[in-house]
Design a binder for this molecule. Structure first.
Ligand SMILES: NC(=O)c1ccc[n+]([C@@H]2O[C@H](COP(=O)([O-])OP(=O)(O)OC[C@H]3O[C@@H](n4cnc5c(N)ncnc54)[C@H](OP(=O)(O)O)[C@@H]3O)[C@@H](O)[C@H]2O)c1
Length: 281
């Protein structure tokens, strides 16, 4: 028996109606802005109502905005917050057909200096919470004609990097989960996908990271560029998209020959450790 693989292809004239977590963040805001200029309806999710209202106001007052925006202030790291979101989408008169898991945290630091609370939180915000949110909403999406779930990963979900051990662990786990669920959902109406930005200029990166990236000649994208690529990605049938050269090549080489990439990274370890141990404001 052959499996009928799902396609992203939406029925014609179906508008994107998307839940966006991390909507108040640098990448989230840029994705929201791009999507509403393409007629999408958005349910912006974040913990702080005031910040959400500001994002929504900026979106709907933009002359290019042709979409619609709802705010849902809730904490998706808590069970009651995820239930609230699931209830919320049944109260608006919309058929939600996309979930974008964009909320995330980072802490550039040496592993031994990180608090155990922060290590747990990193795994929870970046991996466990998106998994549990998908679990909460999966039956809703199964009832839609077609749906997409897009998890925002990172280059650090494919390459282990000093100073980012906990972050890498959370994003590697998110990537593994996405790949598995994508295959498990292949005979359903739900397409599960992974979108992997490289370093991007947003508040998630401390000044130490920005200075280190300059010294190491690491490229940093603008959130607008990431959003532009994101909007291209959701129109394709691809399971994943990795941004940036040389990062996407390094991801491939790291899979096949991890020692080559590892040796190159280890050469820069003194620089990484220097920035991981100083606090720049
Ligand atoms: N910037 C980069 O260099 C980069 C590179 C690759 C991948 N990424 C990924 O892209 C996504 C967006 O990152 P960004 O750069 O836009 O970061 P950002 O500007 O710091 O925004 C992070 C977002 O996550 C939410 N968030 C933070 N802590 C949270 C918590 N404890 N519980 C729930 N939500 C929380 C925040 O929402 P509220 O505080 O309003 O709830 C905020 O909207 C993340 O998944 C990140 O890992 C970023």
């Amino acid at each position: 028996m052959s499996l009928k693989m799902n396609k992203v292809n939406k029925p014609k004239n179906t508008r994107t109606v998307a839940i966006l977590t991390g909507a108040t963040g640098g990448i989230g805001k840029a994705i929201a802005k791009q999507l509403v200029t393409e007629d999408a309806t958005l349910i912006l999710v974040g913990r702080n109502l005031e910040s959400l209202e500001q994002v929504a106001k900026d979106l709907i007052t933009d002359k290019h905005c042709s979409g619609k925006v709802y705010n849902c202030a809730t904490d998706i790291t808590k069970a009651e917050g995820r239930h609230y979101l699931a209830e919320f989408i049944t109260t608006i008169n919309e058929q939600v057909n996309m979930l974008i898991n964009g909320a995330g945290i980072n802490d550039f630091n040496l592993f031994e200096q990180q608090s155990s609370d922060l290590i747990s939180q990193m795994m929870h915000v970046n991996c466990t919470s998106p998994m549990l949110l998908i679990h909460e909403l999966y039956s809703y999406f199964k009832k839609q004609p077609a749906a997409q779930i897009i998890n925002i990963g990172s280059t650090f979900g494919s390459i282990g990097y000093p100073g980012y051990s906990s972050y890498c662990a959370s994003k590697f786990a998110l990537r593994g989960f996405t790949e598995s669920l994508s295959r498990e959902s292949a005979d359903t109406n739900i397409k599960v996908r992974y979108f992997s930005p490289r370093a991007t200029s947003t508040p998630i990166n401390s000044n130490a990271v920005i200075e280190m990236n300059k010294e190491l000649n690491v490229n940093m994208d603008s959130p607008e560029e990431v959003a532009r690529q994101f909007c291209q990605f959701i129109k394709t049938d691809d399971n994943s998209m990795y941004l940036g050269w040389p990062e996407k090549l390094q991801v491939k080489i790291n899979q096949l020959f991890p020692t080559i990439v590892g040796n190159a990274i280890i050469k820069t370890l003194p620089i990484i450790k220097k920035y991981a141990q100083i606090k720049l404001f």
